[in-house]
Design a protein around this ligand. Structure first.
Ligand SMILES: Cc1cc2nc3c(=O)[nH]c(=O)nc-3n(C[C@H](O)[C@H](O)[C@H](O)COP(=O)(O)OP(=O)(O)OC[C@H]3O[C@@H](n4cnc5c(N)ncnc54)[C@H](O)[C@@H]3O)c2cc1C
Ligand code: FES
Length: 279
């Protein structure tokens, strides 16, 4: 079994969650909230990993970490309200608790970005797992070359972390925002993220890409980047699937010969092609 379980064993049992007290809730868009949860003990984790988050009486779901680990042990979780458990989480107030098991999964490979230009491609809520990567690149600007974020949303009102995007730009990240459908106040780009490769001024052959978003966007972005010359082992994405256990026991997240929860959720395009992980 892979994944970092050492921080999570409560009474020696990986299925018993830690308590996470919700310290702060920030409404990011009409259906997306950021939760800052203080855990009983500080938990270490890395970009690309996820927690199994539970609400008593509603269920348990996988949610990516959307912040870098802090000494005070407050992982940030960016959650879109889509169904039963996410609605239950959205109904919680500060001072109430969620359960957290994890962190699980492999996380993003960071070594391959050392000294290279980085292209980050995000669609919708896909920005959530990519945000700690952006924070990491801003924190250690000398470790990478030029960092470009291509970020697509359905409408201008659905751009998540809109205020932070301005800070990212000030910190040296080149940001290309686009929406599927504009409004009267929008004079920016309109169209799919994959229509904006010419805005990414980099030598794709030497760069590395990190992608997250709807499956159709991930597939198109991986294919385009490969045809633009990026090696398939440097095109990295994180995948979603239905999960129950999160620790390689139940088989709910099976994709090709892999478990998304323990072998992933982060895979390279090379692995995805060679092992038929995405249909
Ligand atoms: C590794 C991983 C990381 C994730 N990170 C985040 C995150 O950071 N923020 C976030 O908002 N969401 C994230 N998700 C998706 C999140 O887990 C689902 O939205 C959640 O499980 C839906 O639960 P629900 O009970 O609210 O919805 P349900 O009532 O179960 O279903 C509502 C709808 O969502 C679909 N759905 C349910 N579970 C999933 C799933 N696991 N993946 C895709 N669609 C699903 C259902 O088919 C249905 O259409 C992640 C998923 C994975 C696997
Ligand atoms: S979620 Fe149970 S095996 Fe992956």
């Amino acid at each position: 079994m892979k994944g970092n379980l050492k921080n999570n064993k409560k009474n020696g049992n990986i299925y018993i969650p830690l308590n996470g007290r919700i310290e702060e809730i920030i409404q990011l868009t009409s259906d997306v909230r950021l939760f800052k949860a203080k855990t009983e003990i500080p938990i270490d984790y890395k970009p690309g990993q996820f927690f199994m988050i539970s609400v008593w009486g509603s269920g348990e779901i996988p949610i990516s970490v959307t912040s870098l680990p802090e000494k005070n042990g407050m992982p940030e979780l960016c959650i879109r309200k889509t169904g039963v458990v996410t609605t239950a989480i959205h109904s919680l107030q500060t001072g109430q608790f969620v359960g957290l098991r994890g962190p699980y999964g492999n996380g993003f490979p960071m070594d391959i970005s050392k000294g290279r230009d980085v292209v980050i491609v995000a669609g919708g809520i896909g920005i959530a797992p990519l945000r700690p990567l952006i924070q990491q690149f801003i924190k250690k600007p000398n470790e990478t070359g030029k960092v470009t974020l291509l970020y697509g949303s359905r409408t201008p009102d659905e751009i998540i972390f809109r205020d932070e995007v301005e800070d990212w730009k000030k910190s040296g990240i080149t940001v290309v925002l686009t929406v599927d459908k504009g409004n009267d106040n929008w004079n920016g780009n309109i169209g799919l993220v994959t229509g904006f490769w010419p805005e990414v001024r980099t030598n794709f052959k030497n760069a590395v890409a990190y992608i997250c978003g709807p499956e159709v966007m991930i597939k198109a972005a991986m294919r385009d980047l490969f045809f633009l010359g990026m090696p398939d082992d440097r095109i990295i994405t994180t995948l979603e699937s239905h999960m129950k256990c999160g620790v390689g026991k139940c088989g709910h997240c099976y994709a090709g010969p892999k478990y998304i929860c323990t072998d992933g959720p982060v895979f390279s395009y090379k692995e995805i092609k060679e092992q038929s992980i995405l249909k």
